[in-house]
Design a protein around this ligand. Structure first.
Ligand code: KIV
Length: 288
């Protein structure tokens, strides 16, 4: 990666930071690279629809991920595995329409890039052309480096994803990755492989905090942690976990910032009770 001097690290729109900056134009992968040089930490959230994405965009979240976690969190599947490219394209287009400033990154779903670089390029091209996303994300380190290289050479920015890779749940389960010397060395090799292939950032999912810190110090591209401790350059959470909409247990690494499930349940019950009691609508809600 080209090293830029400190004089050139101010975002070109005049804002100071990815989060809290004043700029209104779309964040680009160049802004992300400059933030790493400034040592700036940044937040990323998932979104799967225009309205939710517009809230995060207006809140200043610089990067929104249309994750294939949409499978579990939006489409009612048990895992991310069944999610299709058509579904990702439709959801991503909605998120792009709902936002003005955030960089939109869309997941390449399972089965849309594993065959090889040409399949990956065909799939990523659809998300860029049909949905208008600014970057794509795919899972895998060394095993995906050829896909990453062709996409980047073709002008499509790529966020990589290593550690726990949910599309491989049938092979690896949902377990912490990188424990033990051999697994840690493989994680470092995977991280370097995606950087060398041209990825602009890498997600580290469910990785011991000390190892994630070492990967972050080793790489020139930013690391985006989820269950990977406090030392990564950025942090990502799935929005339905973060806002308390997910039913049942959420992973230990999630911090719940609101209890939307309770808020929505209370509101739905209040509405139902008003209708049953005949107290809604009232005069102010009526037209004549
Ligand atoms: O699909 C997703 O939401 C993700 C995040 C957990 C990083 O990949």
């Amino acid at each position: 990666m080209t090293q830029l001097s400190a004089a050139h690290t101010k975002p070109s729109d005049g804002s100071k930071a990815l989060y809290g900056g004043k700029g209104t134009r779309r964040i680009t992968v160049r802004d992300i690279a400059l933030a790493k040089e400034r040592g700036e930490k940044w937040p990323m959230l998932t979104a799967y629809d225009a309205m939710t994405a517009s809230v995060f965009d207006e809140s200043g979240i610089p990067v929104i991920l249309v994750g294939d976690s949409a499978g579990n969190c939006h489409l009612g599947y048990d895992t991310t595995v069944p999610v299709t490219l058509d579904e990702m394209s439709m959801l991503s287009a909605a998120v792009v329409r709902g936002t003005r400033r955030s960089l939109i990154v869309a997941d390449l779903p399972f089965g849309s890039y594993q065959e090889g670089p040409v399949q990956a390029l065909r799939s990523a091209t659809r998300l860029v052309k049909e949905a208008g996303v600014g970057a794509v994300k795919l899972e895998g380190g060394e095993r995906s480096h050829e896909q990453i290289r062709l996409l980047v050479e073709s002008g499509i920015p790529v966020m990589a994803h290593i550690g726990l890779t949910p599309q491989s749940v049938n092979a690896m389960g949902y377990r912490v990755q990188g424990r033990g010397e051999e697994a840690a060395q493989q994680m470092l090799r995977d991280a370097k492989a995606v950087q060398d292939a041209g990825a602009f950032a890498v997600v580290l999912e469910l990785v011991p905090a000390e190892l994630a810190a070492e990967v972050t110090r080793t790489l020139q591209i930013p690391t985006v942690g989820i269950g990977a401790g406090a030392e990564t350059d950025a942090q990502v959470l799935v929005w339905t976990d973060m806002l308390g909409l997910t039913s049942g247990r959420v992973p230990k690494f999630v911090k719940q910032y609101a209890d939307l499930r309770q808020v929505m349940t209370d509101a739905a019950k209040s509405f139902a009770e008003d209708v049953v009691a005949g107290t809604f609508p009232q005069e102010e809600h009526s037209v004549h």
